[in-house]
Design a protein around this ligand. Structure first.
Ligand SMILES: Cc1cc2nc3c(=O)[nH]c(=O)nc-3n(C[C@H](O)[C@H](O)[C@H](O)COP(=O)(O)OP(=O)(O)OC[C@H]3O[C@@H](n4cnc5c(N)ncnc54)[C@H](O)[C@@H]3O)c2cc1C
Length: 393
């Protein structure tokens, strides 16, 4: 056994009473509104605020944040359970993914003032963050970003563009990654993280229309000499990768948990329909052509859930969660797409009736194969870090 393996935390294979109680409460809250409410808000690119508010009142959105800031004092494992259970009850909460980045980064790397300013609002659900790393010309290669933050006296001045910044229109703050220098040998950007006011002079945004049902609008951001006070830097200047990884792993884990919930939602619907629908002498679920693909999807889903739990446990224990978080992210997104697709197939023509919600669920599931990190970039990570293979790029 290697030192790295010895450091791994143990994960309970069965729900603890605490986790079981969280599941039950979240399911009851989200189930009260369910998928038809999500469809209604998703068509307008709005977040399902009734569900988010009810979860916030119950303390579920800040369950992972420190108790001294109004959080529940538990971990990302519990927050991931909230996300999965809400999605399984028909309310995928994509906004929780970005909130988890901001909460995790600020709790671990924020100054005392930043923590006091933002964590109570994140815990109570009253504060919303957006996250801006992707750029039009850098894409998956964050080393190549060109949005620059230049130090001028007691402030930084930012110029550049960000793309696909979700929820920027209603965010109280944007956690933004900018280049504050360039590495001498590699030419890669030295990155830093900043808290930026979405209403700051010089910052404009343009809506990018996307597939429906993703519950937030995405925006291109234009930064034209945007001034940011030096105390809005998070972590150490030029060393933004450290806090970033403490945000990107929660992002992947929360995306995985949401995908797992969507997969459960679609698979439950498929199994229910396959038990009830008869067109010959037996329910369609008795035909192996219907039963086996659903059983295979169930196997894929349960493996993805296990890897998600491992990734969250690693993060909570302070152990490197990168490998597990990437693997979970890919496995869960694939499982969700497979479950939704197979659920549509199981429903026959009814799978395309808007009332079943499955065609709408498809986009929610499918986007996770590209966002926040694409399937290909996960495979690159595993090839290089887990298998020691050389990189081609
Ligand atoms: C709905 C939505 C919401 C989003 N929200 C946010 C947000 O809030 N904040 C934010 O910062 N970003 C956000 N994004 C951006 C998202 O994270 C990126 O789209 C994603 O990371 C892929 O980057 P890209 O689109 O630039 O693709 P590119 O980097 O241009 O890649 C295009 C294709 O090439 C593949 N590819 C690229 N490089 C390699 C390689 N070396 N090896 C193999 N394949 C490769 C990619 O996997 C992909 O399939 C959002 C995107 C969408 C669609």
């Amino acid at each position: 056994m290697t030192t790295k393996e010895q450091a791994l935390p143990s994960i309970p294979l069965m729900s603890t009473p605490e986790i079981a109680a969280i599941r039950e409460s979240v399911r009851a809250i989200a189930g009260r509104h369910g998928w038809s409410y999500y469809q209604e808000t998703g068509r307008k690119y709005e977040a399902p605020t009734k569900v988010l508010s009810a979860l916030a009142s119950g303390g579920f959105l800040g369950v992972h944040l420190p108790a001294e800031y109004g959080g529940g004092g538990l971990g990302l494992s519990e927050l991931a359970v909230v996300a999965e259970e809400a999605a399984a009850a028909g309310c995928p909460l994509n906004t929780m993914i970005v909130q988890a980045i901001a909460g995790s980064v600020l709790a671990r790397h924020g100054t005392a003032e930043q923590r006091a300013q933002w964590l109570p609002g994140l815990a109570s659900g009253e504060v919303t963050f957006a996250f801006a790393i992707t750029e039009p010309d850098a894409g998956s290669n964050a080393h190549n970003i060109t949005t620059v933050a230049r130090r001028e006296g007691d402030r930084y001045v930012m110029r550049g563009q960000k793309t696909f910044c979700s929820g920027a229109d209603r965010a109280d703050a944007i956690l933004l990654v900018a280049r504050t220098g360039t590495h001498d040998r590699s030419g890669n950007g030295l990155l830093s993280l900043f808290i930026v006011d979405p209403k700051a002079p010089g910052l404009t945004m343009q809506h990018i229309p996307t597939a429906p049902m993703l519950s937030t609008k995405s925006f291109q951001l234009f930064l034209d000499d945007v001034e940011v006070a030096t105390d809005q830097l998070v972590g150490t200047r030029d060393e933004g990768w450290r806090p970033l990884f403490d945000g990107l792993n929660p992002e992947r884990i929360m995306a995985s948990a949401t995908s797992n919930g969507i997969a459960r939602f679609a698979l439950d619907a498929a199994a229910r329909y396959a038990r009830e629908r008869s067109v010959w002498s037996t329910p369609i679920g008795a035909h192996q052509g219907i039963a086996h693909p659903l059983a295979e999807a169930k196997v894929e889903l349960e493996l993805a859930r296990l890897m998600t739990a491992k990734a969250a446990a690693c993060f909570d224990a302070g152990v490197d969660a990168g490998e597990a978080a990437n693997m979970a992210k890919m496995a869960s997104a694939d499982a969700a797409v497979r479950c939704v697709d197979q659920s549509i197939q199981t429903h026959g023509g009814t799978g395309f009736a808007l009332a079943t919600g499955l065609t709408d669920a498809y986009w929610v599931a499918r986007v996770a194969q590209t966002v926040p990190v694409s399937r290909e970039m996960v495979l690159n990570f595993v090839a290089q870090h887990s298998l020691g293979l050389p990189r081609s790029y």
